[in-house]
Write a protein of this length. Sequence first.
Length: 268
Amino acid sequence: MTVFTLGQATARALGKAGASVGARNVASDAGTKRARMPHRTGAPVLRDSIEAGTFEELFFAVPAKGETDKLLRIARRTLDAGRQLRREARAGDRILTAAERRIVTLTAAAVRVYEEILTLARLNRGRVFPSYDHLSDATSLGRATIARALHILEDIGFLVRQRRFKRIDADGPGPRYRQTSNAYRPTLPQRVLGFMPRWMRPAPLPDDAVQHEIDRTGEVATMVAGLSCRDMAAATVGGQLGKMLAKLGATIDRRERESHIHPQPLLT
């Protein structure tokens, strides 16, 4: 057994401690480098994004005269209703339902962001795709507040949001796509109508209009059921995905026709 003096033992202990600290620092630096490395594909595109310019004609809707003003009044009334529900829940006088729990999350900042989106919808005939920077400059709110407000509005049902990406020209290896601004469509959530006064609720449709819509839906379903696979893909899906599915559907249709023309003989 090797015998060490007190000074030698202390030096060896300090040396081991320094080596372990150094190893931890190296591992920490390596972990930091790994965390900061880009994704292996190099494509900065978020999930559920659709290529810009391939779906907007079906996504956007031109608002009717006075529709944006009505939606803004409903949003402000919903904000007041949410504050009242919150007070009753804190006092123990009310147990909030799932829809009411969403309504109480509405904030004044969210209504202000909604007002700007409605203004853009009125001025641009429903084509709304502002960037976060534009919404921040127009409302004097921070980007984090803008992001929370959009999430709240989408969760309640005041708007539909669709992520978009666009193609870019680049030399050499690397991504050919880049995230761009989202597309927005203002909507009227049915869950808030119960908190509106009667004069702000939409009038019910006449019985003949309801029956006409039922008949039209049946006719469309019958027409779609009679489409080929190629025509089905072209009619229901747009963009590059629709073209790919149409080609696949054409292949399926051709094989079905061949099977009808040259049926296999029955086995005996």
